[in-house]
Each structure stands twice: as C-alpha cells, then as structure tokens.
Design a protein around this ligand. Structure first.
Ligand SMILES: [Zn+2]
Length: 357
C-alpha cells in the first residue's frame, strides 16, 4: 500500500515536471492552452481551467475529479459532464480549482497519462484539407486517429469516442492539436517527442519585420509592437498573411484574438484600421497585420493574446501554401464565443464586405 502511494506521488510529480517543460515551449503550448492528466485509484488529476501548464512545477494547477461518476455522466449525455466541476473532489482541492473544459477528453481515454498540446507542427497539418493523407504518410506504424473538428468540451469528447479504437494512443484533432496517451509519464513524454518529430516540417523563412515602419503606423493609436518578434512572420511572410486573412484556424485564436485576422490596407495606419472596424460595429482588433511589414498589438492585449499572435505566425509559416485550408465555419466561430449563430449570421450580412475581426 505504502509502495503504491509512493509510486502514485512520484508519477504525479513527474507529470508536473513534464507539464512545466511542455508548457514552456511555445511551439507546443501557448498561454493557458493544452492540458495534461493522470488517472490514479479512480481519480483523474487534470489541469485546472485558465491555468498555464508552464507553472505546473511551482503552482497548484492540478484538480482531482472522480473518474467513474464523470464517465457515467458522459455516457448519459448529462450536460454536467461538460464543465466537470460537479465531479471535483473537494477534500483534495483546497484551492477550489475548476477542471479544464477538455476534462472529458482525458476521461474517455483508457490510458493513465494523457498529454494534450496545441503543437504548431500538428495544427499546421490539421488545418489542411489533406491532413489525413499527410498523417497517413508521417505516422505510419503508430496507432493514431484523426478526429474532425468539434468544439472543445463534450462535443470534442464525443468526436473522439467515435474514432477511438482499443489501441489508439495518438489523436490528431482537426483545426486544434494533438493528444498522446500512455500508461506512464515517461512513455507519454517519449510518444509526444516521437510524434511531434514525425510531424515537423521546415518552416518557410519569413522576411524580417520593418520595425521603423510599424512604429510610424502605430503613431496616434493605442497599438504597439508585439512582445515576441516571431509574431511578425504572420504578416511579413505573404503566404502566411494570405492564410491568416481568410479566417480562423483553431479555437484559441478566436477566444484570444477574435474571429479571423484584421489586415491593414496599403494606405492604412493603425488609427485608420480602428476607424474602419469600429464604423462596422466591431471593437478595435487585438492585433493588426500589415502585409510585408509585421504586426501591431492593441496596447492592452494580455499575455494570452500575445501568445496567440505568435502562435498564428508559427502555424501559418508551416502550412503548405499550395494546400486547401479548412477554416472554422460561421457557426463554429460563433459557438466559441457563445454567440447565437443566427444572430451572428444576420450581423455578418448587415455588414457584408467589412473585414471581420
Ligand atoms: Zn485544446
């Protein structure tokens, strides 16, 4: 008994260390995205909603959830399964953390350790219409499955359940990311590194940003340079800019930066872009792409928005410019923001022709 408790404590500690290392790599996880979990003695330890994996080694970010009642609720299609908060074990959760929205995804997989990342190499393939053919070639010999896009939460868990086979331990989530599962933390780490290595493609080389031009374009506005210099590539690489201009690629982009991307016209500075978007009834965009020059961020953009601006650049520069790209639909964008899709569609028709935020 004591030996098992020691082993369990060591595995949870190993998961925290792996989570912190994964969370510190912006090519694997951005901001509060991604999550990890461990199943032990009927308890699912899962990353708390809104916390950053990067902090897993130093802060209490893992929430204990009663696994069997949660799985029963999923099977009954009980809406309480969606947030999973009703299944947390209060006595083991002193900080009253709320479980990740993706808890049901972790619960459904039979393996003890589950690691879910928004790996840019994976997303860059998972947004291409030919994703399954690319994966077929690169993941040959692995027990992988491709899960077409569903909203994170219960719909995604159900989408996974439809594709899961008994031995599946790698899931590529359309327009979203990667899940790997194993029975130990060490094996999960090895599988994660193996799969991300197999999916890696050489990014295009983006021209350097024109910082002087960007600072001039920011004058008289509430915009500033992004924290990460890498974020500029979404605009300096014209193929990336074209991909970004056509819509939203994955959920966290929509949540932190809004729907799609706002591209400045050839003669527009930041103030002119804001005048244009606000005249169309939209808020000032969190970021603006200036083709060939780089990007500007709204002065109050938070760390999550900064991380997603860089993610857009890191994903788009890896997408094959000749591939057909799947974008989130109007309904998919709207449900991420809890908007009524029909109201949103009418709104779109009303401002037809304007650039979407
Ligand atoms: Zn996710």
């Amino acid at each position: 008994m004591a030996a098992r408790i020691d082993h369990d404590a060591a595995e949870l500690q190993a998961l925290r260390v792996l989570s912190a290392s994964v969370g510190a790599d912006p090519l694997l996880v951005q901001g509060a995205g991604g999550n990890t979990s461990l199943k032990q003695a009927g308890v699912l330890w899962i990353k708390a909603s809104g916390t950053w994996l990067m902090n897993a080694a130093t802060a209490d970010i893992m929430v204990p959830v009663a696994l069997a009642p949660l799985l029963d609720a999923v099977a009954r299609k009980d809406p309480a399964a969606e947030k999973a908060a009703a299944f947390t074990l209060a006595e083991l959760n002193p900080h009253q953390l709320r479980p990740s929205i993706e808890t049901t995804v972790h619960a459904l997989l039979p393996q003890k350790v589950v690691v879910h990342v928004h790996c840019v190499e994976t997303i860059a393939i998972a947004v291409q219409a030919n994703a399954e053919a690319v994966l077929e070639e690169r993941l040959r010999g692995l027990d992988w499955a491709f899960v077409p896009y569903r909203r994170p939460g219960l719909p995604l868990a159900q989408g996974i359940a439809e594709r899961l086979k008994p031995r599946t331990d790698v899931l590529v989530l359309g327009n979203h990311g990667l899940v790997v599962a194993a029975d130990t933390v060490a094996e999960a780490n090895l599988l994660l590194r193996r799969v991300t290595g197999l999916l890696a493609r050489a990014p295009r080389k983006a021209p350097a940003p024109d910082l002087d031009a960007l600072l001039r374009l920011a004058m008289g506005s509430d915009y500033r340079l992004p924290v990460a210099v890498e974020a500029h590539a979404a605009a300096t690489d014209l193929a990336s800019c074209r991909i970004a201009a056509s819509g939203s690629l994955y959920p966290d982009h929509v949540i932190f930066l809004g729907i799609g991307s706002v591209i400045a016209g050839p003669n527009e500075n930041a103030a002119a872009v804001v005048a244009r978007t606000t005249a169309a009834g939209q808020p000032a965009p969190a970021s603006i792409l200036f083709p060939g020059k780089g990007i500007l961020m709204r002065r109050d953009a938070n760390a999550g928005a900064e991380a997603m601006a860089r993610c857009l650049a890191d994903v788009a520069i890896r997408v094959d410019p000749t591939a057909r790209v799947n974008y989130l639909s109007i309904e998919e964008n709207a449900e991420l923001l809890n908007w009524d899709a029909e109201k949103y569609r009418q709104e779109l028709n009303r401002r037809a022709g304007s650039v979407l935020q």
